[in-house]
Design a protein around this ligand. Structure first.
Ligand SMILES: O=C(O)CCC(=O)C(=O)O
Ligand SMILES: [Fe+2]
Length: 342
């Protein structure tokens, strides 16, 4: 039976992990239902100190306040690994410009040497671009990335349990080298009559996404009936949502929901940090065998000819990055885009 949702469900991570058996079972049921019917939920009592979140948003504010030349020095177009700064309007969602500026930061790893026959998605791995003027930015961002990776890996184990699987069922596809990507984002205010696309309607491609937002709001989630729920800010919580790889693994039992952000009004800005946890780029997403009572309710994952899903993680990830950043694609992936490729 589906429930009518007017707000996102709240998962208490401490109950989920260390509550009494009854409380644990209740939290797991909320997770199963929230991840299935809405695809988004709040996560409270996650254990990350509020000071770390606040410090991250302060660094984000400092970054966006830098002179334009400093931001352009680390523009994403310089990076074959899709890391760095994008000014307002540079990123596309479903072909339309998003009204946000942002920096993309991934796991800090060495680039993979390229040679004929090495898959193109190996170019996603590599170093980040860091703002020279902000010495505290890098250590703080990497500390926050570690802290929220831990939260998401714990939630992933709980998702496995909610799917009737061993808690470690996903470990082989993320172990040692999960794909990690975060974006620090600033949505400037604007008149919304004509176009309020902060970021356009989309699904996230990875396993799980975690969002830290300030108090402004604007994130909206589409339900199956087409109505929208506002993810109103709830201090002390993160928002977590299911990505396409989990929808794929569960044959559509868990739902990667469509979501968007509307621009704040003129004179207001919104800051957020979105962290995407994926699987190893060289992994293949397993098709899980669900217990019969869950399998009956798995509707199959969404097959969209404009957004084909690949079980091979690197291929799936590169597809999304090329579509969102045509300037990076043209400069660093022209070999893939050339018609003579066929
Ligand atoms: O800023 C937000 O709240 C969400 C951003 C988002 O959905 C994304 O970058 O994929
Ligand atoms: Fe998203």
């Amino acid at each position: 039976m589906s429930t009518t949702h007017r707000q996102l469900p709240l998962i208490d991570l401490s109950q989920l992990e260390a509550g009494s058996p009854g409380d644990r079972a209740a939290a797991l049921q909320t997770l199963r239902q929230g991840a299935r019917e809405v695809g988004f939920f709040y996560v409270g009592h996650h254990g990350v100190p509020p000071e770390l979140d606040a410090a991250l948003l302060l660094q984000a504010r400092a970054l966006f306040a830098l002179p334009d030349a400093d931001k352009q020095a680390i523009a994403m177009v310089h990076s074959p690994h899709f890391r760095g700064y994008n000014q307002v309007g540079a990123e596309l969602t479903r072909g339309k410009a998003d009204w946000r500026e942002q920096i993309d930061i991934g796991a800090e790893r060495e680039a993979v040497p390229q040679a004929p026959g090495v898959p193109a998605w190996t170019r996603l791995q590599g170093p980040n671009q860091w703002p020279a003027a902000l010495p505290e930015f890098r250590p703080l961002v990497l500390a926050w990335q570690d802290a929220v990776t831990d939260v998401l890996l714990r939630l992933l184990q709980a998702c496995a349990e909610a799917l009737g699987q061993p808690r470690e069922v996903f470990a082989p596809i993320y172990r040692d080298q999960p794909y990690q990507l975060m974006k620090l984002i600033r949505y400037p205010g604007r008149e919304q009559l004509e176009n309020d696309q902060g970021v356009g309607a989309h699904k996230d491609s990875e396993l799980l996404t975690l969002i830290l937002q300030d108090g402004v709001g604007g994130l909206q989630i589409e339900l199956d009936d087409g109505s929208l729920i506002d993810a109103i800010p709830r201090p002390g919580t993160y928002i977590v949502n299911i990505g396409e790889l989990l929808e794929l693994a569960s044959d559509g039992y868990l739902k990667a929901a469509v979501h968007r952000v509307s621009s704040p009004p003129p004179g207001v800005e919104r800051l957020s940090a979105a962290f995407f946890l994926g699987a190893r780029l060289d992994a293949t997403v397993p098709a899980l065998t669900l217990p019969p009572e869950l399998a009956r309710e798995a509707s199959g994952y969404t097959r969209d000819p404009h957004n084909p899903l690949f079980h091979q993680v690197g291929q799936n990830t590169l597809k999304g990055r090329l579509r969102s950043h045509p300037d990076v694609a043209a400069r660093h992936y022209a070999d893939l885009l050339a018609p003579s490729q066929a």
